[in-house]
Design a protein around this ligand. Structure first.
Ligand SMILES: [Zn+2]
Length: 163
Protein backbone atom coordinates (compact mmCIF):
# COMPACT_ATOMS: atom_id res chain seq x y z
CA UNK A 1 0.00 0.00 0.00
CA UNK A 2 1.37 3.41 -0.93
CA UNK A 3 1.73 5.74 1.96
CA UNK A 4 2.01 9.50 1.78
CA UNK A 5 4.10 11.53 4.18
CA UNK A 6 2.32 12.84 7.26
CA UNK A 7 1.72 16.54 7.66
CA UNK A 8 4.37 18.14 9.90
CA UNK A 9 3.18 18.85 13.44
CA UNK A 10 6.15 21.13 14.21
CA UNK A 11 8.30 23.09 11.77
CA UNK A 12 11.53 24.91 12.62
CA UNK A 13 14.24 26.47 10.54
CA UNK A 14 17.55 24.65 10.58
CA UNK A 15 19.17 27.53 12.42
CA UNK A 16 16.39 27.54 15.05
CA UNK A 17 16.92 23.80 15.50
CA UNK A 18 20.69 24.11 15.87
CA UNK A 19 20.27 26.87 18.45
CA UNK A 20 17.59 24.91 20.31
CA UNK A 21 19.69 21.74 20.55
CA UNK A 22 22.78 23.68 21.61
CA UNK A 23 20.82 25.56 24.30
CA UNK A 24 19.20 22.37 25.64
CA UNK A 25 22.60 20.69 25.79
CA UNK A 26 24.26 23.63 27.53
CA UNK A 27 21.44 24.15 30.01
CA UNK A 28 21.54 20.46 30.95
CA UNK A 29 25.33 20.43 31.10
CA UNK A 30 25.41 16.76 30.03
CA UNK A 31 24.00 15.67 33.40
CA UNK A 32 20.49 17.07 33.70
CA UNK A 33 17.38 17.05 31.56
CA UNK A 34 16.37 20.42 30.12
CA UNK A 35 13.51 21.60 27.98
CA UNK A 36 11.54 24.35 26.29
CA UNK A 37 8.13 25.38 25.01
CA UNK A 38 7.74 25.94 21.26
CA UNK A 39 5.39 28.76 20.29
CA UNK A 40 3.73 29.30 16.90
CA UNK A 41 1.26 31.79 15.41
CA UNK A 42 -2.37 31.49 16.43
CA UNK A 43 -3.30 30.37 12.94
CA UNK A 44 -3.03 26.64 12.22
CA UNK A 45 0.61 27.10 11.26
CA UNK A 46 3.04 24.61 12.83
CA UNK A 47 5.96 26.98 12.20
CA UNK A 48 7.79 27.83 15.42
CA UNK A 49 8.11 31.57 15.95
CA UNK A 50 9.53 31.67 19.48
CA UNK A 51 11.18 29.33 21.98
CA UNK A 52 10.78 29.74 25.73
CA UNK A 53 13.16 27.62 27.85
CA UNK A 54 11.78 25.95 30.98
CA UNK A 55 14.56 27.29 33.19
CA UNK A 56 14.04 30.87 32.02
CA UNK A 57 10.46 30.61 33.32
CA UNK A 58 11.27 28.54 36.42
CA UNK A 59 14.98 28.84 37.32
CA UNK A 60 14.72 25.95 39.81
CA UNK A 61 13.11 23.41 37.48
CA UNK A 62 16.19 21.52 36.21
CA UNK A 63 16.86 19.01 38.98
CA UNK A 64 18.10 16.04 37.04
CA UNK A 65 14.64 15.40 35.80
CA UNK A 66 12.34 18.37 35.19
CA UNK A 67 10.14 19.75 37.99
CA UNK A 68 8.39 22.68 36.40
CA UNK A 69 6.36 24.54 39.02
CA UNK A 70 2.88 25.27 37.66
CA UNK A 71 2.93 28.74 39.20
CA UNK A 72 5.34 29.79 36.45
CA UNK A 73 2.86 29.13 33.65
CA UNK A 74 1.55 32.68 34.03
CA UNK A 75 4.85 33.97 32.57
CA UNK A 76 4.42 31.66 29.60
CA UNK A 77 0.87 32.93 29.01
CA UNK A 78 2.20 36.51 29.22
CA UNK A 79 4.73 35.74 26.46
CA UNK A 80 1.96 34.17 24.34
CA UNK A 81 -0.24 37.20 24.85
CA UNK A 82 2.48 39.78 24.17
CA UNK A 83 3.67 38.03 21.01
CA UNK A 84 0.23 36.80 19.93
CA UNK A 85 1.43 33.21 19.83
CA UNK A 86 0.26 29.85 21.19
CA UNK A 87 2.18 26.89 22.58
CA UNK A 88 2.15 24.04 20.04
CA UNK A 89 4.79 21.78 21.57
CA UNK A 90 7.32 21.21 24.27
CA UNK A 91 10.69 19.53 23.99
CA UNK A 92 12.86 17.92 26.66
CA UNK A 93 16.00 15.85 26.80
CA UNK A 94 16.55 12.32 28.08
CA UNK A 95 19.84 10.91 29.42
CA UNK A 96 20.45 8.10 26.93
CA UNK A 97 19.27 6.95 23.51
CA UNK A 98 15.69 6.30 24.54
CA UNK A 99 13.22 8.92 23.32
CA UNK A 100 10.07 7.12 24.38
CA UNK A 101 8.03 8.72 27.15
CA UNK A 102 8.56 7.80 30.76
CA UNK A 103 5.51 6.89 32.84
CA UNK A 104 5.77 10.36 34.38
CA UNK A 105 5.93 12.00 30.93
CA UNK A 106 2.80 10.16 29.84
CA UNK A 107 0.88 10.99 32.99
CA UNK A 108 1.89 14.67 33.06
CA UNK A 109 1.63 16.45 29.71
CA UNK A 110 3.26 19.90 30.04
CA UNK A 111 0.20 21.29 28.26
CA UNK A 112 -2.79 18.98 28.60
CA UNK A 113 -4.64 20.09 25.49
CA UNK A 114 -5.66 17.81 22.65
CA UNK A 115 -3.13 17.95 19.81
CA UNK A 116 -0.27 19.20 21.97
CA UNK A 117 3.07 17.71 20.88
CA UNK A 118 5.86 16.55 23.21
CA UNK A 119 9.29 16.05 21.62
CA UNK A 120 12.01 14.04 23.36
CA UNK A 121 15.68 14.41 22.45
CA UNK A 122 18.34 11.78 23.33
CA UNK A 123 21.68 12.05 25.18
CA UNK A 124 20.90 15.34 26.97
CA UNK A 125 21.17 17.01 23.52
CA UNK A 126 24.92 16.90 24.01
CA UNK A 127 25.68 16.11 20.38
CA UNK A 128 24.05 16.64 17.00
CA UNK A 129 20.39 15.61 16.89
CA UNK A 130 18.53 14.86 13.68
CA UNK A 131 14.71 14.75 13.49
CA UNK A 132 14.80 10.96 13.12
CA UNK A 133 16.62 10.74 16.47
CA UNK A 134 13.71 12.48 18.22
CA UNK A 135 10.62 10.94 19.81
CA UNK A 136 7.47 12.74 18.63
CA UNK A 137 4.45 12.29 20.91
CA UNK A 138 1.01 13.83 20.49
CA UNK A 139 -1.54 14.14 23.25
CA UNK A 140 -5.15 13.13 22.61
CA UNK A 141 -6.60 13.81 26.06
CA UNK A 142 -7.52 11.31 28.79
CA UNK A 143 -3.93 10.12 29.13
CA UNK A 144 -3.84 8.93 25.50
CA UNK A 145 -0.83 9.61 23.26
CA UNK A 146 0.42 8.76 19.81
CA UNK A 147 4.15 8.16 19.43
CA UNK A 148 6.37 8.24 16.36
CA UNK A 149 10.03 7.34 16.07
CA UNK A 150 12.63 7.27 13.31
CA UNK A 151 11.38 8.11 9.84
CA UNK A 152 7.83 8.63 11.10
CA UNK A 153 9.13 11.16 13.62
CA UNK A 154 11.12 12.97 10.93
CA UNK A 155 7.94 13.39 8.85
CA UNK A 156 6.27 15.18 11.74
CA UNK A 157 9.20 17.29 12.88
CA UNK A 158 10.19 19.29 9.85
CA UNK A 159 13.35 21.36 9.50
CA UNK A 160 13.27 24.02 6.79
CA UNK A 161 15.76 26.30 5.18
CA UNK A 162 13.83 29.52 5.84
CA UNK A 163 14.91 31.55 8.79
ZN1 LIG B 1 10.93 12.53 29.81
Amino acid sequence: MARSAARPLVELSRSQWRTLIRELGERGGGKRESGAFLLAPRSESPRVAHIEYFDDLDPACLRGDIRFDGRHFSKLWDVCEARRLRVIADIHTHPRRSVTQSTIDRANPMIASVGHVALIVPDYASSRVRPRDVGVHQYHGNGQWSAWLGREAAERLSLRWWR
